[in-house]
Design a protein around this ligand. Structure first.
Ligand code: UDP
Length: 330
C-alpha cells in the first residue's frame, strides 16, 4: 500500500512511518519541520520505500500530487504542545484548520481514505471520567489559551465527518490521549520528556501545582498499531475513536517513578502554576479515556506498562545526552 503521512517527521508520524515500512508499505511524508525534526527520520532516509518532502501542506500542488499517489492519508500535521499553543493561538488555529481543509479537499477528488489525528483536549474541562466518544464537547467559557487547540481540532473533526456525510470521503477520527515514547520533544512542555531530562541531568523534577492531577500515558508503538488498524478498517469510516490507555497515574507519582527508574539524585519539587505557565493557563485534573469502542472494533488495546514506557524514554534520552551524540536540525 502507498501511505501518505502529513507531519511524518514528528514524534508520532515518524513511528508510524517506521511501522508502515516494516510491513512493506511505500511511505511518503510531508513535514515543514515546524515541530518535527530530521533526527526523527534520519534512520529512514535511505530506505528504498521512504520518500520525504520538507515542505508545508499549504504547498497545495505538492500535497495534491501526494494525495493522488497514495491509498491512505494519515493527517498528523498540526501545531501541538501546550506551551506552543498558549503562546501562539493564531498560528495554532490557522495551521490546524487550514491544513485539514486542504487535505480533505484534495482527498475528496478521488475519495481517498483519510485518518485525522484529533485530541482528548476536545473533551474540554469535563470533570467526570472516563471520556466517551459520544460525550458532549463543551469548550466554554472562552478563554484564549490552551483551548484554541481544542477548538481547532473540534472543527477538524466536524469537517472530516461532514466530508464523509456530504461527499462520501471515507474519513476516521482518532482522539489521541497522552502519547509518549522515544523522540517526543520536551520543548513544548510535555511532561514525560521533561521529567526524564531533569532526572538524568540531576536537576529538580518540576511538578506543576500540587501534583494531584493525573494522566493516562500510552506508548507510541501501541498508538501507531491502533492508528493503522483504524485507518484500514471498513467499519471505522465516519466514526470517532478514543486512542489511549486507562492506566492512570498522578503527576506527583510519575515524578517519583521517573526518579526511581532513572536512579536519579534529583529532588521532586512543586511549582505553583502561576510560575510555570503564562497567565490564563488551565490544567486538566483528570483525563481518562473510555476505550471500549476501539477495543470492540479491533479486539485489542494498548499493552505497554507505564514502567516500560518510562524505561524506553530514559534509554532514548540517556543516549542523546551522552557527550559526543550529534544532534542536528536538517
Ligand atoms: N507538568 C508538570 N511538569 C512539567 C510539565 C508538565 O507537572 O514539567 C504537568 C502539567 O501541568 C499537566 C501534566 O503534567 O498536569 C501533563 O502535561 P502535558 O503538557 O505533558 O500534557 P497535557 O496537559 O496536554 O495532558
Amino acid at each position: 500500500m502507498k501511505i501518505l503521512i502529513t507531519g511524518g517527521a514528528g514524534f508520532i508520524g515518524s513511528h508510524l512511518a517506521e511501522q508502515c515500512l516494516e510491513r512493506g508499505d511505500e511511505v511518503y511524508i510531508i513535514d515543514d519541520l515546524s515541530t518535527g525534526g530530521m533526527d526523527n527520520i534520519r534512520h529512514l532516509k535511505r530506505h528504498p520505500k521512504f520518500v520525504y518532502y520538507l515542505d508545508s501542506i499549504n504547498n497545495v500542488q505538492l500535497t495534491a500530487e501526494l494525495v493522488d499517489t497514495c491509498d491512505i492519508i494519515y493527517h498528523l500535521a498540526a501545531a501541538v504542545g501546550v506551551r506552543l499553543i498558549v503562546e501562539s493561538p493564531v498560528n495554532t488555529i490557522e495551521t490546524n484548520v487550514r491544513g485539514t481543509e486542504i487535505v480533505l479537499g484534495l482527498a475528496a477528488k478521488k475519495r481517498k481514505r483519510v485518518l485525522i489525528a484529533s485530541t482528548s483536549e476536545v473533551y474540554g474541562k469535563r470533570d467526570h471520567v472516563p471520556f466517551r466518544e459520544d460525550d458532549d464537547l463543551v469548550l466554554g467559557p472562552t478563554v484564549i489559551g490552551r483551548w484554541s487547540y481544542a477548538c481547532s481540532k473540534a472543527i477538524d473533526e466536524f469537517l472530516a465527518l461532514a466530508y464523509w456525510k456530504e461527499k462520501r470521503v471515507p474519513t476516521v477520527i482518532a482522539r489521541l490521549f497522552n502519547t509518549v515514547g522515544p523522540r517526543q520533544t520536551g520543548r513544548y512542555g510535555m511532561v514525560v520528556p521533561n521529567f526524564v531530562r531533569q532526572a538524568l541531568s540531576g536537576q529538580d523534577i518540576t511538578v506543576f501545582g500540587d501534583g494531584h492531577q493525573s494522566r493516562c500515558f500510552t506508548h507510541v508503538s501501541d498508538v501507531v498499531q491502533l492508528l493503522i488498524g483504524l485507518a484500514e478498517h471498513p467499519d471505522a469510516v465516519g466514526q470517532v475513536y478514543n486512542i489511549g490507555s486507562n492506566q492512570e497515574v498522578s503527576i506527583q507519582e510519575l515524578a517519583y517513578r521517573v526518579k526511581a527508574l532513572a536512579e536519579s539524585p534529583s529532588k521532586v519539587i512543586n511549582i505553583p502554576y502561576e510560575q510555570a505557565y503564562e497567565e490564563g493557563f488551565e490544567d486538566m485534573m483528570r483525563r481518562v479515556p473510555d476505550i471500549s469502542k476501539i477495543r470492540g472494533l479491533l479486539g485489542h488495546a494498548p499493552k505497554t506498562s507505564l514502567d516500560e514506557i518510562l524505561y524506553s524514554v530514559i534509554a532514548y534520552e540517556r543516549e542523546r545526552m551522552t557527550p559526543g551524540f550529534a544532534v542536528s536540525a536538517a
